[in-house]
Design a protein around this ligand. Structure first.
Ligand code: NDP
Length: 289
């Protein structure tokens, strides 16, 4: 196939997000709308964090999930935060707990996460959730890695036997995503690349599915892409021209087989996957859905 024969297909997040939310809403309604509650814990008055939390509650309510909002001042102590999270952990009417990150620097995120039971860890961030992912046990997968998988599935991108290259090895995105894609049933052959990877462009050119989660604006260009590859952009960089991704979309157009836009791609999947995890959390805690 010559390069100029390729039309790059765009993979916007909105249709995939809407399909997930619609499916969850239908499922909740069909089960007689049982009480399912998602609790968020927000520390401080960081405007973007407040916005993210508000949108999570708005979407939860739209699909029939109740909201519990805990807000603490930025001056709160570790003991106060721990006590709130422990209270939510023990509350049987709360099915999912999300502690909005990042926390103010004087607070220990690991200590707080350790208080969240695995069944309620709808962000999939605790050591137990990560361990369950590694061991292939039932549990919650982080919303961003899960969102990438759901996008691929929504658009019918084949994964079995395909070579996925994940660039970025953070515990939030790249590392769990690499494990998820290699799971039985998803069946990618995975390469996990990072800032010390030698010959990154060459490694990336070996990908059928290339996922970049580095936050290095437009660092993936034509030299990283084989004809027909599917490109998933997770990176978010705020620049003078607005939000841009890790992938230089103009440079890869006509080479890639498919590409997620940034913004409008992976980011908007995250909240839908949070809702999916919350519904699964309710099921794990005995709600019939
Ligand atoms: P981290 O900073 O924790 O991790 C970045 C990773 O990228 C590291 O593993 C790092 O390698 C690697 N890296 C950095 N520079 C390069 C490079 N030049 N070449 C190859 N690898 C490189 O970030 P996060 O994982 O938390 O987030 C990554 C990006 O994803 C950010 O832009 C963030 O805003 C975005 N994001 C998007 C979400 C969405 O919903 N779309 C959700 C969450 C995050 P090393 O380990 O060697 O340092």
């Amino acid at each position: 196939m010559s390069l100029d024969a390729i039309t790059t297909r765009m993979l916007p997040g909105a249709p995939a997000r809407d399909a997930i939310l619609q499916g969850l809403h239908t499922r909740i309604t069909a089960a007689g709308s049982p009480a399912i509650a998602l609790a968020t814990v927000l520390v401080g008055d960081d405007a973007p964090s407040q916005k993210y939390v508000a949108s999570k509650h708005r979407i939860a309510q739209q699909i029939g999930i109740q909201s519990v909002q805990v807000e603490l001042p930025s001056t709160c102590t570790q003991e106060q935060l721990d006590a709130e999270v422990a209270r939510l952990a023990a509350d049987t009417s709360v099915h999912g707990i999300l502690v909005q990150m990042p926390l103010p620097v004087h607070l220990d995120a690991e200590r707080v996460l350790a208080l969240i039971p695995a069944a309620k860890d709808v962000d999939g961030l605790t050591s137990e959730s990560m361990g369950r992912l590694m061991r292939g046990l039932e549990g919650h997968v982080g919303c961003t890695p899960l969102g990438v998988l759901r996008l691929l599935q929504h658009y019918g991108i084949a994964t079995a036997g395909k070579h996925a290259v994940v660039v970025g090895r953070s515990t939030l995105v790249g590392l769990p995503l690499s494990v998820l894609l290699a799971r039985k049933g998803i069946d990618c052959t995975v390469t996990l690349a990072h800032s010390r990877t030698a010959n990154l462009a060459e490694v990336c050119r070996g990908a059928d599915i290339l996922i970049s989660a580095t936050g290095v604006a437009r660092s993936i260009d034509a030299s990283h892409v084989s004809a027909g590859a599917t490109l998933i952009d997770v990176g978010i960089s705020r620049t003078e021209v607005g939000i841009v991704g890790d992938i230089d979309a103009d440079a890869v157009m006509g080479i890639a087989g498919a590409l997620t836009p940034m913004p409008g791609g992976t980011g908007i999947m995250t909240v839908a996957c949070l809702m999916e995890n919350t519904v699964n959390a309710a099921v794990m805690q005995g709600i019939a859905l």
